[in-house]
Design a protein around this ligand. Structure first.
Ligand SMILES: Cc1cc2nc3c(=O)[nH]c(=O)nc-3n(C[C@H](O)[C@H](O)[C@H](O)COP(=O)(O)OP(=O)(O)OC[C@H]3O[C@@H](n4cnc5c(N)ncnc54)[C@H](O)[C@@H]3O)c2cc1C
Length: 392
């Protein structure tokens, strides 16, 4: 059985960042990265953005293999033996580890309704499939008005395709944006030619002559050729649970990113960590966290750990609009909106008990660190004091 001082389970951006940090921090310690995907690590955000706007596919690859990391691809780890320090894949092959990182990310939420025309969008292979279909004059349904649904609907529309969105909430991004912005975004999508059906989810699905007819919760039939689901993800925690690690909305880690079992770490979309600025535990499904936390986990595994205090930011592009955001974007909080141009350019603050918990920088750039500083303030801030604070 091969032994590696460092083993990483997962083949996403977190795994790549950890592998690189390990190589830098401990050049003599061999690193093995084991991924269920058949491709080496790549950036996911361009799959729903840049690649649809002409960016080359060659730009997504992380080049992990040339960083001196042993890659085992198309291998799904099915068991961890914490006593013997081994991980075993579905073919029965095992390696032993000194330190282990779980960077297993998340899997798209699925519906009980299955169809060959349904794509649960997450991977490069999903992108390739959808991209090939988008070259044909087909009609696409997008389920969900969150991050992935909104981005994919925009991408397909920009490719000139007919797109209908089924959005159970009454606006787009309704779980993160205040109601007025979420409604304005629906208008904006309609102006771009997307048919947005708010307040309607999927109730049923019937294949019919190569197409599929969606029955909406409003009782309407919507015939389409392809359905893309963007219904969020579930963290891949089964391995951790089976190994007896503490799991609670993700794999629970301490400030040094170690799980409840010494020598095993977790990072990225799958990890539940404490953020001191917010004074709360959180699990973040975004790129900045994958990169930063992955690298921090790598350094920690190599003995150069430091408390993970980073408050990650996230971003998205929606046609010509774009944003960056930090902290908790909970539309149930008190909202202070500071628009330079309503719903086109400005800053939205999310306050709880007078303290800033989240900041949405809408078509406003270069203010992420200033937004982090506001969230770190120990006391309340008045709405007046926030106006004009972060210039667009
Ligand atoms: C289309 C798309 C667009 C996005 N756009 C943005 C954006 O604009 N901004 C932003 O901030 N974030 C964005 N994100 C989110 C960001 O990409 C994720 O936060 C990031 O990819 C998480 O990385 P991860 O490595 O933690 O998890 P994942 O990317 O989920 O990777 C997990 C890896 O582990 C592997 N794996 C799981 N279980 C096992 C096992 N048992 N054995 C072996 N391998 C296993 C999986 O196959 C996968 O390779 C986007 C995500 C997607 C899908």
């Amino acid at each position: 059985m091969t032994h590696y001082p460092y083993v990483i389970v997962g083949g996403g951006m977190t795994a790549d960042a950890a592998a690189r940090a390990l190589r830098e921090t401990d050049p003599s310690g061999a690193v093995c990265l084991i991924s269920a995907e058949r491709h080496p690590p790549y950036a996911r955000p361009p799959l729903s953005k840049g690649l649809w706007k002409g960016e080359p596919e060659s730009g997504i690859w992380r080049g992990t293999e040339s960083a001196g990391v042993a890659l085992r691809l198309s291998r799904r780890i099915t068991g961890i033996d914490t006593q013997r320090r081994t991980v075993t894949d579905e073919r029965g092959d095992a390696v032993t580890y000194g330190k282990l990182l779980l960077a297993t990310g998340g899997t798209p939420r699925r519906l009980p309704l299955e169809s060959e025309q349904m794509i649960y969008f997450r991977t490069y292979d999903d992108y390739r499939r959808l991209r090939a279909l988008a070259n044909e004059r087909l009609r696409f349904a997008v389920l969900g008005g969150g991050f992935i649904g909104s981005e994919i609907a925009a991408a397909l529309r920009m490719a000139g395709r007919d797109v209908v969105m089924l959005v159970p909430e009454d606006g787009l991004g309704a779980r993160v944006f205040p109601a007025d912005l979420s409604h304005a975004l629906v208008d904006y999508y309609r102006e771009q030619g997307v048919e947005v059906r708010t307040g309607e989810g999927l109730a049923g699905l019937t294949p019919r002559g190569g197409k599929v007819v969606l029955r909406t919760t409003g009782g309407q039939d919507v015939p389409v050729d392809v359905v893309v689901a963007g219904l969020g993800i579930q963290p891949n925690v089964v391995l951790a649970e089976q190994a007896g690690l503490r799991v609670e909305n993700g794999i629970v880690v301490d400030e040094g990113l170690q799980t409840s079992v010494p020598g095993i770490y977790a990072a990225g979309d799958v990890a539940n960590f404490f953020n001191p600025a917010l004074g709360a535990r959180m699990r973040v499904e975004h790129e900045d966290n994958a990169n930063t936390m992955g690298a921090a986990a790598g350094r920690a595994m190599a003995g150069q750990g430091a408390p993970y205090t980073h408050l990650p930011f996230f971003y998205s592009d929606l046609f010509a609009l774009g944003y960056e955001a930090v902290g908790e974007l909970d539309p149930r909080y008190d909202i202070v909106a500071d628009w330079k141009q309503p719903f086109r350019e400005g800053v939205v603050y999310y306050l709880r008990d007078g303290r800033v918990r989240g900041v949405l920088l809408w078509n406003t750039w270069g203010q992420v660190d200033a937004a982090r500083a506001l969230i770190a303030l120990p006391g309340p801030v008045s709405a007046d004091a926030l106006k004009g604070r972060l210039p667009a």
